[in-house]
Write a protein that binds this ligand. Structure first.
Ligand code: ZN
Ligand code: ZN
Ligand code: ZN
Ligand code: ZN
Length: 161
């Protein structure tokens, strides 16, 4: 089975706290759309926020205080606790079969998920990038070269697509 690397998910985002320079134009807050005139603002998801406006969609806690990370999924901004409560773990890595915590970067291929570190050709260890071709055979990840070599050795007829 031939597949393409679909996407790398990154659901954990960092929050930066910045001090506002008095002589710069105030930035708009992505939460309430008003200008930020405080001494400090938060930067997250490439947007600026009042310290009060960057809140967990579930429990309303101020994310700038909880830690310096937030979690996003389906347009929700969540604290770590709610994120884990709602989404738990992503699943088991199809290569090493260990659990993948929900906030870890994963590779998805069809219905399988992989640790980023586990997603490589299982014969030559070649890594793949988004858009690269790879092949799944008996649940093994193979690069094109190894897949085609395997076909020749074993004399399999190429799959009809
Ligand atoms: Zn605001
Ligand atoms: Zn929360
Ligand atoms: Zn793994
Ligand atoms: Zn290979």
């Amino acid at each position: 089975m031939q597949s393409k690397v679909l996407n790398v998910l990154q659901e954990r985002q960092s929050i930066q706290m910045l001090s506002v320079q008095p002589d710069t134009k105030p930035k708009g807050c992505a939460g309430c759309n008003r200008k930020i005139k405080d001494r400090y603002l938060l930067k997250a998801l490439d947007k600026y926020w009042h310290e009060d406006c960057l809140k967990c969609a579930c429990c309303d806690c101020r994310l700038g205080e909880v830690g310096s990370t937030l979690y996003t999924k389906a347009n929700l901004i969540l604290c770590r606790r709610d994120y884990l409560r709602l989404f738990g773990v992503t699943g088991n890595c199809a290569a090493c079969s260990k659990l993948i915590p929900a906030f870890e970067m994963v590779m998805r291929a069809k219905e399988n998920v992989y640790h980023l570190d586990c997603f490589a050709c299982q014969l030559c260890n070649q890594r793949f990038c988004v858009g690269d071709k790879f092949f799944l055979k008996n649940n093994m990840i193979l690069c094109q070269t190894d897949y085609e070599e395997g076909l020749m050795k074993e004399g399999y007829a190429p799959q009809v697509r």
